[in-house]
Design a protein around this ligand. Sequence first.
Ligand SMILES: Cc1cc2nc3c(=O)[nH]c(=O)nc-3n(C[C@H](O)[C@H](O)[C@H](O)COP(=O)(O)O)c2cc1C
Length: 159
Amino acid sequence: MKCLLVFYSRTGTTKKIAESISTEMNCEYEEIIDTKKRKGRFIGFVKSGFAATREKLTVIKEMQKDPKLYEAVILGTPIWNKRMTPAIRTYITENKERFKSVAFFCTMGGKGGPETFESMAKLCEKTPVSTLAITKKEIKSELHRDEIKNFSRQFISSV
Ligand SMILES: Cc1cc2nc3c(=O)[nH]c(=O)nc-3n(C[C@H](O)[C@H](O)[C@H](O)COP(=O)(O)O)c2cc1C
C-alpha cells in the first residue's frame, strides 16, 4: 500500500517519531516547514502557543509530494496548548480535498491528544483509521516502539 507521512516538528521530537513510523511502515515522508520564526523562549513558546490557541494559519514552504497520489496520508504534529500546530493546520486546510484516507499521530508532554485528534478529524472531514499520541516520557523509556508497531498494525488492517 502506498502511503505518505507528513509532519511538522519544531524541536525534533515529532521528526524522530515520524522517521520511526516511516521505517516501520515503509512509507515515504515529507516535513512541513513553517516560514514563521518559532525559535526562542518568547517567540517559540509563548507566541507559538498563542497562535495554536487562536487556531491561526501560517505560511508553509511548498510541498514536493502530492497526497492525492497515495492511498493514505499519516499526519503528525506536536501538541501546542492542547491543539494542533498552525503548520499542520495549514497543510490540512490546503490539502484536505486530496486525502483519500487519514491517520494521525502527535508528540506531547502529556495533555491534549484526544482534543487535537478530534479537531484534526473535523478539519480533514474524515475519521482517522488509526491514531497515536506519544508522550516524551514514553519516548525516554522506549515504550513508543511498541506503540508504533500497534499503530502500524491497526493502520495496515484498516486501509
Ligand atoms: C508552544 C508549546 C505549547 C505546548 N503545549 C503542550 C500541551 O498543551 N500539552 C502537552 O502535552 N505538551 C505541550 N507542549 C510540549 C510539546 O507538545 C512536546 O514537547 C512535543 O514533543 C514537541 O515536539 P517537537 O520537538 O517535534 O517540536 C507544548 C510545546 C510548545 C512549544
